[in-house]
Design a protein around this ligand. Structure first.
Ligand SMILES: C[S@@+](CC[C@H](N)C(=O)[O-])C[C@H]1O[C@@H](n2cnc3c(N)ncnc32)[C@H](O)[C@@H]1O
Length: 247
């Protein structure tokens, strides 16, 4: 599958994306910007690969002054409608349209796998103030749960799964000029109807760009119905893998 087509494919589904993708709880967001450190105060945060603003909103709620950056006009217009007070800037991580030393923290939620890491690390280091934090996070579906494993096999893209392995790796490093990479994991759950599970799956780029995506989504819907049973709702569990380092 073409990497560029995949990474730039989100804007066409921004409404569905915002309705169904998982949120970012405050504890996770605060860890990502280093706000759990003693004496820390709300700061200037750049949320990159911000999409429709799922993490942006949590950061605003925690009192930070947030600028959101993303290359997709579709995602940014959804973000601007939801968070009118936030600066929504068209930006790619590899070439940031900001001055040196502009931010206290930068976040990437579910977005770092789309960037070219060497250029992005250098640009983030440039626009961060000395001591500033870069935080990277992924919600990863918990395939230790049997039906979630089945779901992953239904929708699976081998290249994507391989990349996903990297995200859970204890060896994940942000690298120089950043200092030591710290890691943390959090649990997250989404309560969904079977139809919402299929809608969520339709926002995964590796499903949306498949020729047989209608068949895959029908199979996801059937799996969701089986798992939900009489309750008509199911719980989708995630492990949230988070990394951060200071420059
Ligand atoms: C899976 S979405 C994550 C959106 C949001 N952070 C969230 O958690 O819901 C990935 C986002 O990364 C953006 N993106 C793709 N390539 C990028 C790049 N080189 N630099 C910054 N963002 C990029 C996409 O446009 C998309 O909005």
């Amino acid at each position: 599958m073409d990497h560029d087509a995949q990474r730039l494919s989100f804007g066409a589904r921004s409404g569905r994306y915002d309705a169904h993708r998982p949120d970012w709880p405050r504890t996770t967001a605060q860890w990502l910007v280093g706000a759990d450190r003693e004496g820390s105060r709300p700061g200037d945060v750049l949320d990159l690969g911000a999409g429709t603003g799922k993490l942006t909103g949590t950061l605003v709620g925690a009192g930070h002054r947030v600028v959101a950056g993303d290359p997709s006009p579709g995602m940014l217009s959804e973000l601007a409608a939801r968070w009118p007070g936030v600066g929504a800037v068209r930006a790619v991580a590899e070439r940031l349209p900001f001055r040196d030393a502009s931010f206290d923290a930068i976040t990437f939620a579910q977005a770092w796998h789309w960037v070219e890491p060497v250029a992005a690390v250098a640009e983030c280091a440039r626009v961060l103030r000395p001591g500033g934090s870069l935080g990277i996070a992924w919600h990863v579906r918990d395939t230790d749960v049997d039906w979630v494993f089945e779901l992953d096999r239904l929708v699976g893209d081998p290249v994507y799964s391989e990349r996903r392995q990297e995200r859970r790796s204890a060896a994940f490093r942000i690298g120089a000029p950043f200092g030591e990479t710290e890691a943390a994991t959090f649990r997250y759950e989404q309560t969904l109807t079977p139809a919402a599970l299929a809608e969520l799956a339709s926002t995964w780029s590796y499903v949306a760009l498949r020729d047989d995506h209608d068949d895959v989504l029908a199979a996801v819907d059937a799996l969701g119905r089986r798992v939900a049973g009489a309750a008509r709702e199911l719980t989708l569990p995630y492990v949230t893998y988070c990394y951060r380092a200071r420059v």
